[in-house]
Design a protein around this ligand. Structure first.
Ligand code: PA5
Length: 445
């Protein structure tokens, strides 16, 4: 099994799992038969075996074109429109990808995932003299953050290459017919890729949203999709004993029912840092509604053992940890013997850093369990495109199942609108006049 789940350190009883077995079967049936809340957004469920092959071939061709024509590739998007590709690219490329000299891909930068003028200015200054291609991604086509970023890059590309030259370097991933971005892309003649109607942002990694940037980074998207297919098959088995995706879902649900409020995803590899960010968005937007849901947090060990490790060990006991551990990883260093041994490290002679890291993981696991923090461990047998493709499906499916166990619609995100309305009103966007007046009264003078 290429993904294993060990929940023996979570302090749960078999009975708790058995009591929920019928519920999880029902939740899976609701996903399969599209009978649950948000069933219009279940396109991701069988996407690994039902994706559009013609679009897939176009993604590969566009990736080759981009690789051959630019030094810097700018991916513009926010939330589900960038986190999946950033997570996969960070997990599967060199730690210092953009600085590598023998890289067979352009440097990759992300934009439109914040509204920082400093970030935008720094990025524009950095890439302005390089050859650039842009992939602007927005399902709605109207999200403010990527729209602002795209305006700057569109202007820059048109100045640099002329309108015709720019249009060959801009790729738009959006709805098949609606939204300002679709309209603009059609007007300007950009190559466009479609985010299917029934696939929501955070479930869109297997569509062009994720695949085009991932392919540009030189990652084998065939292997990635094979992993997704393997997940689709393996986690389609309706049996708690044989389905690790069911087990992870039940473990979270049981701990939530026992009063835990926060799940912390733990990694010991810096390359998994953005995988945690993607996971947080997946769960935060899917579960967190109607006054329910586990707060998804993440830590990066051993770095954070020297920071929030303290509060995990000794703080309020409303948390549990899920560790993402990798069995086989490329790249390692061995500690050598040193005659003087002034740092006292000769006891580690001939031990690899991966070995030391593993002992840090196991020691921390036991310490935190002793500190009353339940732990679960997801083991990934290798960090490669196949296994990451499978892990994405593992979490997407577990998230859909978990949402139904919780009794929420895991495929909408109504809470995201509140900040947008206030921001538009404070920016004096036409149509928000009444709200502008009400909000401005509440602000400090
Ligand atoms: O998961 C989601 O649906 C959201 O996080 C969206 O991806 C995010 O808000 C960006 O939306 P859009 O792609 O419409 O610009």
């Amino acid at each position: 099994m290429s993904i294993r789940f060990d929940y023996s350190y979570a302090g749960l009883s078999q009975e708790e799992f058995d009591n929920k077995a019928a519920q999880i079967s029902l939740a899976d049936k609701m996903l399969k038969e599209k009978t649950g809340a948000g069933s219009d957004f279940l396109g991701w469920y069988d996407y690994p075996v039902a994706y559009d092959k013609e679009e897939y071939a176009r993604i590969k061709a566009a990736a080759e074109k981009i690789k051959g024509s630019c030094d810097a590739f700018i991916v513009i998007g926010i939330g589900g429109s960038y986190l999946g590709s950033k997570a996969v690219i960070t997990a599967l490329t060199s730690t210092f990808f953009n600085e590598e000299t023998d890289r067979k891909a352009p440097k990759i930068y992300f934009a439109g995932e914040n509204i920082s003028g400093k970030y935008m200015k720094d990025l524009i200054d950095l890439v302005k003299d390089q050859d650039i291609c842009v992939n602007v991604i927005s399902k709605s086509g109207t999200t403010t953050e990527p729209a602002i970023a795209f305006r700057f890059f569109k202007e820059m590309l048109e100045k640099k290459y002329g309108k015709d030259g720019a249009k060959d370097r801009i790729f738009a991933t959006t709805d098949k017919e609606r939204g300002a971005l679709k309209f603009l892309a059609d007007q300007e003649g950009y190559e466009t890729f479609v985010i299917p109607d029934d696939v929501g942002g955070r479930y869109s990694v297997y569509s062009a949203v994720g695949l085009l940037p991932i392919a540009v980074a030189g990652i084998d998207i065939d292997a990635f999709m094979d992993g997704a297919k393997s997940g689709y098959e393996e986690y389609g088995v309706d049996s708690v004993a044989d389905n690790v995706c069911y087990q992870y879902t039940l473990y979270r649900s049981c701990l939530y029912n026992r009063g835990k409020a926060i799940e912390i995803l733990v990694d010991y590899e810096p390359s998994l840092r953005y995988f945690s960010e993607w996971w947080k968005q997946l769960y935060g937007e899917s579960d967190g509604k109607d006054g329910k849901g586990l707060f998804p947090a993440s830590v990066h060990f051993s770095t954070d053992l020297h920071s929030v490790g303290q509060i995990i060990q000794d703080g309020h006991k409303n948390i549990f940890e899920t560790i993402l551990a990798v069995d086989e990883l490329d790249g390692d260093m061995t500690v050598k013997h040193e005659e003087a041994d002034l740092d006292g490290l000769n006891y580690l002679e001939n031990r690899t850093m991966q070995d030391v890291n593993e002992k840090a993981f196991l020691g921390t696991l036991l310490a935190h369990v002793d500190g009353d923090v339940p732990n679960g461990v997801i083991y990934l047998s290798r960090l490669d495109a196949f296994h990451i493709g499978k892990l994405v499906y593992f979490f997407e499916k577990a998230c859909g199942l978990g949402g139904y166990l919780l009794g929420v619609n895991p495929f909408n995100q109504p809470g995201v609108e509140a900040y947008k309305k206030n921001m538009f009103a404070l920016l004096h966007k036409p149509g928000y006049e009444e709200l502008t007046e009400a909000l401005e009264k509440r602000l400090p003078n």
